[in-house]
Each structure stands twice: as structure tokens, then as C-alpha cells.
Design a binder for this molecule. Structure first.
Ligand SMILES: C[S@@+](CC[C@H](N)C(=O)[O-])C[C@H]1O[C@@H](n2cnc3c(N)ncnc32)[C@H](O)[C@@H]1O
Length: 242
């Protein structure tokens, strides 16, 4: 499997990923999603781009059977170290996953694979690479199953564009150089490529994936809530049903 640009970041960060402030709201996010997705003990959940498994472990603690997939072996190893019988982890590239009608729900949180395709090639491909991941997520669902994903908001990105950002207008992808820390506080500078979305784009991608859109809310990490869409929050939380 060819290396994805995020793997270099994950290899350097390791467990230090879990020290970043955006990971502090895991409990709140899981509480909210259990209700929004109608999850009950014994149900099967696929966590796409699960990282070191912070959500998967909390879902598993609530009796939900979780399968976490991620392209980073470093993150899969960290997730597996804390795994219980209700949480399993596997290195899988979401761009190639081929689950069929297996899961009651699928999540992709904090740009877990969906939103990290980093595509800035020209001409822009007709089939959106993040949209292709959404199609594969939809196929993994049983009929009637639900998806929750968070996507970075183009509105927010434009409104708060910083000098260190380069926004690829044709692709809707933001590039930034960022400092990544490991557990020893060693820093490296690396590239972050984030696909950004408007609610209208998400609606069209969900429709193309054969999903019936249920809701979209403006949220921040650790503050998931049923809030109307605005230009002031970094993420859009989409809930849709197969
Ligand atoms: C910002 S992290 C989010 C991790 C986790 N969902 C969370 O909320 O902490 C993005 C994750 O997506 C993973 N990822 C990116 N592209 C992927 C792909 N094509 N297939 C699987 N995982 C991918 C990265 O390795 C990383 O763990």
C-alpha cells in the first residue's frame, strides 16, 4: 500500500496525538452520536479513519461492537493495545475498503479519511475522491443504517484564513504547514491537506452515495449539538441514512 501523507504525521506523533486539545471532547461526541445514530448495545459500528481509537474505545465501553480502520499502522497499534473484545482494529485504506451491508452505523470523525484525500491534481477529477470514500461508507451500511461524518467547513476556512494557509480554490483543499509534536516534545514541520466542504456539496455527495440526508449541524470538536448551519463553526456534522 502506498504511503498516505498522513502516515508520516501519525508516525511522528504516536500517542502524543491524544494530547491535542481537539481530542478532549471524545465522551461528549460519543454521547451525542449514540443518540443521533440510535445506537444500542450489540449493534455493529465501523469507525473509518479511527486514529488511535479514541471514539472506538468509548463506543465499545457502551456495549457497541466497533471495527476501527485506519491507514496508519502506528495508530492501529496504539488502538489495538487498549482494545477490548468489542473493539477490533485493522489497517485499511478507506479509498479501497469494500464492506457490503455489514454495519448498523458508520462514522468518520474529525476528518477521519473523509476530507483527507488531499487532492490538488489538475484537471480536477470528475469523481470526487472524498465522495468516493462516502460511497464506500454507504455500501458498508445495512439498509436503514446511518452515517455520521464531520467535514471541515469551507465557510469557516475562508472566514478565518491565516497567512500560513494556501487555499486551492479549484479543489476546495486547504494546505498549511504545521508543527507536529511527539511525546518527547520533538517538533517537526509538515504539510496538512484538508478538503473543505459547503453544506450544498455534502448534500450532493450524500445523494450520489444513495444516502438520505437527515440533518447537518455546525459543530466544534467536543461540542456536538443540534445547531443550525453557520459560517462560524469549523465542522459540519452530517447524519444520513441508507
Ligand atoms: C485527524 S485524524 C482523526 C482520527 C480520529 N477519527 C479522531 O477523531 O481522532 C485523521 C485520521 O484519518 C486517517 N486516514 C486518512 N486517510 C485515510 C485513508 N485513506 N484510509 C484510512 N484512514 C485514513 C489518518 O491516518 C488519521 O488517523
Amino acid at each position: 500500500m502506498a504511503k498516505h501523507w498522513f502516515e508520516r504525521l501519525a508516525d511522528h506523533m504516536g500517542e502524543a496525538y491524544l494530547k491535542y486539545s481537539f481530542t478532549r471532547g471524545t465522551q461528549q461526541e460519543v454521547d451525542f452520536l449514540i443518540t443521533a445514530l440510535g445506537l444500542e448495545p450489540g449493534m455493529n459500528l465501523l469507525d473509518v479513519g479511527c486514529g488511535p481509537g479514541r471514539h472506538a474505545h468509548v463506543f465499545a465501553g457502551r456495549g457497541i461492537k466497533v471495527h476501527g480502520i485506519d491507514i496508519s499502522q502506528t495508530f492501529i497499534d496504539i488502538a489495538s493495545a487498549g482494545a477490548s473484545h468489542s473493539a477490533t482494529f485493522e489497517r485499511v485504506d478507506a479509498r479501497e475498503m469494500s464492506y457490503r451491508s455489514q454495519f448498523d452505523a458508520v462514522v468518520s470523525l474529525c476528518q477521519g479519511a473523509f476530507g483527507l484525500s488531499g487532492n490538488t491534481q489538475l484537471p480536477v477529477p470528475l469523481d470526487d475522491p472524498d465522495g468516493d470514500i462516502l460511497i464506500r461508507m454507504a455500501e458498508a451500511l445495512v439498509p436503514g443504517g446511518k452515517i455520521a461524518l464531520t467535514a471541515f467547513s469551507s465557510y469557516f476556512q475562508m472566514r478565518y484564513l491565516e497567512d500560513s494557509d494556501t487555499f486551492f480554490a479549484e479543489h476546495g483543499v486547504n494546505h498549511e504547514k504545521t508543527l507536529i509534536r511527539n511525546m518527547s516534545q520533538d517538533e517537526i514541520e509538515d504539510d496538512l491537506w484538508t478538503s473543505c466542504f459547503t453544506p450544498r456539496e455534502l448534500r450532493l455527495l450524500a445523494d450520489k452515495a444513495g444516502l438520505s440526508l437527515q440533518s447537518m449541524w455546525s459543530v466544534s470538536p467536543g461540542r456536538y449539538k443540534k445547531a443550525p448551519l453557520t459560517i462560524n463553526e469549523p465542522e459540519i456534522l452530517l447524519i444520513a441514512q441508507r
